[in-house]
Design a protein around this ligand. Structure first.
Ligand code: G6P
Length: 368
């Protein structure tokens, strides 16, 4: 039964654990694993091949999914992407070249600012596509193309499974766009699809980290401020980590691109400041670690979320390390969403807040 918590304490906990399954479900709508190709169920009213730009807007966690996709679309499909929170986009009178693609991301499909942005883009001659979890929603109805997430109803106000399903859809579209634009070969597409096929397995492995993360969360539940750092696609994840934590635990959390540390937040670091560093062992690992050392030199308490290789290369002794499975680089923003969800969840649980219905927040914001 979808509206029952089953054996879980909160809907959020249940929804985190549903992720391997709902991601699998969602992906099967976009990818033909047998042939190693992205294959959509229906034809698109536009072609990625001819696109000169994608404009995305969304709110909250859905916006953060779009931010991850900007890195992906630009790097793998070589399409420039503009992204903004819908409450800014709708008013900033952005000039738009006729025939561009506007992509909206919304779990509920009813968020007022996202809908207003969609209408602005339609008036400005854009193709309108949306990634929605509720297929009967207003945003879905007003779109030329819908890319559904098959996450099932999400009850917890803090989005978890909708986020990773949005990322799974976006990743499928990135691979499709890269193929249509001739940026990847048939073999490379098959390799990416092979990597994507392993997502549910990696998510299951990441969920097993719930217990070690609980120990860290117990300490975090006693602090007043937390900083999150990441580079590349780990930067939006840092934003998501800070957002999730403040939403449900009410602890003040901020996220910065690791390279911006020196431009402000380093002034806040002392022994009372935990810093969560998201750093899979990829091309930006060394740079992020050097930022982490600047934090350590000022006695900040570090929580490093990395993989086995990253853990091996970490020379700091006095820090907590969450050791993730080694995953193909393109998948890390999806798999690393798990430890940050778990960290926020367990911290809030220790604090005894109303995790599923945090104060002052609504699941769907249908007013401006
Ligand atoms: C609210 C919810 C968030 C969600 C955001 C956007 O703030 O609490 O979890 O990410 O709205 O909602 P949408 O339905 O458009 O994805």
């Amino acid at each position: 039964q979808v509206t029952s918590k089953g054996n879980y304490k909160h809907f959020m906990e249940k929804e985190m654990h549903e992720q391997p399954e709902v991601i699998q479900h969602t992906l099967s709508n976009y990818i033909d694993f047998a042939s190693g190709k992205v294959r959509l169920k229906s034809e698109l009213p536009f072609s990625f091949k001819d696109l000169r730009r994608i404009t995305m807007s969304a709110c909250g966690t859905a916006y953060i999914a779009g931010l991850v996709a900007k890195y992906w679309f630009e790097r793998y499909a070589r399409i420039p992407v503009d992204i903004d929170v819908a409450s800014e986009f709708r008013y900033r009178e952005a000039p738009m070249e006729e025939g561009g693609l506007s992509l909206f991301i919304s779990q509920s499909g009813e968020t007022a600012d996202t809908l207003a942005s969609l209408r602005y883009c339609r008036e400005n001659g854009q193709h309108i596509a949306s990634i929605v979890n509720v297929q009967e929603s207003t945003i879905a109805r007003e779109s030329d193309a819908i890319f559904p997430t098959i996450a099932g109803p999400e009850i917890g106000v803090a989005s978890t499974k909708a986020f990773t399903c949005q990322l799974s859809v976006l990743l499928s579209l990135v691979i499709l766009a890269a193929r249509e634009r001739g940026k990847i070969t048939v073999e490379e597409e098959a390799e990416l699809v092979q990597a994507v096929s392993e997502l549910p397995k990696f998510i299951r492995q990441a969920l097993k980290l719930s217990e070690p993360i609980t120990h860290i969360a117990r300490r975090l539940s006693k602090v007043d401020n937390i900083l999150y750092l990441g580079r590349g696609t780990s930067f939006p994840l840092a934003l998501e980590g800070a957002l999730k934590l403040k939403e449900i635990s009410y602890i003040h959390a901020e996220a910065y691109a690791a390279g911006e540390l020196k431009h402000g937040p380093i002034a806040l670091i002392d022994e009372s400041m935990p810093v969560v560093v998201i750093a899979p062992f990829d091309g930006s690992y060394e740079k992020t670690v050097s930022n982490m050392q600047e934090v350590a030199a000022r006695d900040g308490q570090i929580i490093l979320i990395t993989d086995e290789e990253g853990a091996k290369h970490n020379s700091l002794e006095d820090c907590d390390v969450v050791v993730m499975p080694k995953v193909p680089e393109i998948l890390s923003p999806i798999v690393y969403a798990l430890p940050i969800q778990l960290l926020a969840y367990h911290t809030a649980d220790f604090m005894g807040t109303d995790v599923d219905q945090p104060r002052n927040l609504a699941k769907s914001v249908t007013v401006e």
